[in-house]
Write a protein that binds this ligand. Structure first.
Ligand code: ADP
Ligand code: MG
Length: 524
């Protein structure tokens, strides 16, 4: 039968041919970033469309910058982005795991095993891993949390930067945890202010919501305790003319009366603010001098040109509501605070507002814009890891230890599974051991020897803590070395990688509309 007319302008590949092309695309992608895995991983130099340059060894950053067309490669990148969103770490691991799973699956397909059988075996293996991973976990305390965050920062920046970021993120999350009003820790209650100039080590934490702002006039009170705040999503100044308004001014009197009317309106707004019993005012736009005078006389602290995003943070911190029309503002819109203070830190002005559970601010410092950017990115990841640890304190050994322990358990489990699925479970076990091999490879060690050493030592000592010491190329106890990871990251990496592999295995028909999609050529 001839091809349906509807597919006339479509490129089509089916069956094994489609699968082979898809797996090739996945392997091209994982091959491109495997050299960045681990603390000894190398960096990639990325240049975007606008010629901006970024040096990074962060898997998800590399992938999201790459211009990739192939749909399967896009699926891998999505898995890595999801990992970044949910777990903040383990993004490279997810992609290399998926690559290895598909590579092993392909070998089984060549032996005549149906992709659907392999997919079933992989799902089975994943379920086994997720139900048995907890037996390898250690319950963490603050000291161990410190080591976990340090591990996740290894390979990024220098040691003293990693230490300071680890300290700050732990301190911030600890405060949020003890003052939280809901079940979960709200990461949006951490504000990061970046300042160029100074050393990374001089970065510091302020309790409360701090903004790089100064009150409008030094005649306003410097500090106010237990008060109410009004957040205005607009301004208290003369409105600028809309461009298409034409004023026919026949005499100066017309213009003056026009201004007078505006002034009266502004003063009415200021009086309204006074009546509401507000102590602090924050405006998105400007505040006119005439209004300022009234505010000063009333002992009100005022801030102008506060960014909308900061107004939203203020609203959250004080339980206030942003108002557009001051005329309609009422008591219900006002937020409450414990203190609103103007401080000066290292010659920079900060407005610090505190109330119960209002969050913390980290002032990130670095010598140049690029350095501060890197500090911010690392802080963001470290905070993400710290939050996960406070929410679930289960920790696993890194350096490939947990993956080898899981693989050993999986092989024993596979023996109990009849039929060809058993082979798929074994292939899954081989695939997750790739972490040790790549870590060793990137550290200039022999990957096979390292893997065999780790497997043998785990069996001899009956310990799931044995992983690879990258300095010596020998197996070592990762708990003693302080190479630790949150359980949630390992779990999520395995879930993400299995999901992509199964999706790819289930595709047996690829229909491309007209354009020819190339396999990405990302090899180093
Ligand atoms: P990802 O993007 O997947 O987080 P990384 O480049 O951050 O990739 O590497 C993480 C891997 O490096 C983890 O498997 C972790 O256990 C391992 N790792 C980190 N520090 C060490 C170390 N000092 N020794 C051995 N392995 C380490
Ligand atoms: Mg990492």
């Amino acid at each position: 039968m001839s091809e349906a007319p509807i597919l006339k302008d479509t490129n089509r590949s089916t069956g094994r041919d489609a699968l082979q092309k898809n797996i090739q695309a996945a392997l091209a992608l994982s091959g491109a970033i495997r050299s960045t895995l681990g603390p000894r991983g190398l960096d990639k130099l990325l240049i975007d469309d606008d010629g901006r340059v970024l040096v990074t060894n962060d898997g998800v950053t590399v992938l999201e910058t790459a211009k990739v067309e192939h749909p399967v490669a896009k699926m891998m990148i999505n898995a890595s982005s999801t990992q970044d969103r949910i777990a903040k770490d383990g993004t490279t691991t997810t992609v290399v795991l998926a690559g290895e799973m598909l590579q092993n699956a392909w070998e089984l397909i060549l032996q005549g095993i149906h992709p659907a059988t392999i997919a079933r075996g992989f799902r089975n293996a994943e379920q086994f891993v997720l139900s048995s991973i907890e037996q390898f976990a250690i319950s963490g305390n603050e000291d161990l949390f410190y080591q976990v965050i340090s591990t996740s920062l290894s390979g990024k920046g220098h040691t003293s930067m990693q230490n300071r970021i680890t300290e700050l993120s732990l301190e911030a999350v600890k405060i949020l945890d003890t003052t939280k009003q809901q079940e979960f820790i709200d990461s949006s209650k951490i504000k990061i202010i970046s300042q160029t100039g100074g050393q990374i080590e001089e970065s510091y934490l302020v309790q409360g919501l701090a903004l790089p702002k100064k009150r409008m006039s030094s005649d306003m009170p410097k500090e106010i305790n237990d008060g109410k705040i009004l957040l205005i999503d607009g301004g208290l100044e003369f409105r600028s003319m809309a461009t298409d308004v034409k004023l026919n001014v026949t005499s100066t009197g017309v213009f003056n009366s026009f201004r007078k009317k505006e002034l009266q309106l502004l003063q009415k707004k200021a009086e309204k603010i006074k009546q509401l019993g507000v102590n602090v005012v924050a405006c998105r736009e400007g505040i006119d001098d005439s209004v300022k005078k009234i505010l000063v006389e009333s002992g009100i602290q005022a801030y102008r040109r506060v960014a909308k995003s900061d107004l939203n943070l203020l609203a959250k911190a004080c339980n206030g509501i942003l108002v557009n029309r001051i005329e309609d503002a009422g008591q219900k819109d006002l937020g409450n605070f414990e203190s609103s203070n103007n401080i000066s830190a290292d010659g920079k002005d900060l407005w610090v507002l505190s109330s119960t559970g209002c969050g913390v601010t980290i002032v990130a410092k670095g010598s140049t814009v690029d350095v501060v950017g890197e500090v911010e990115r690392c802080l963001d990841d470290a905070l993400g890891v710290a939050i996960q640890l406070y929410e679930n304190n289960q920790i696993l050994c890194g350096g490939g230890a947990t993956y080898v322990a899981l693989a050993r358990a999986l092989r024993r489990f596979a023996e109990s599974v009849p039929g060809r699925e058993q082979l798929a479970i074994e292939a899954f076990a081989d695939a997750i051991e790739v972490v040790v091999r790549i870590l060793a490879e990137n550290a200039g060690q022999d990957p096979i020897a390292c893997l065999l050493d780790v497997v043998a030592q785990q069996a001899n000592l009956n310990s799931a803590h044995i992983g690879i010491n990258l300095s010596t190329g020998k197996s070592a106890d990762m708990k003693e070395l302080g190479v630790l990871e949150p359980m949630s990251i390992v779990k999520q990496a395995i879930i993400g990688a299995t999901e992509v592999s199964i999706s790819v295995l289930r595709i047996d028909d690829v229909l491309w509309a007209k354009q020819d999609v190339e396999i990405p050529d990302l090899a180093e």
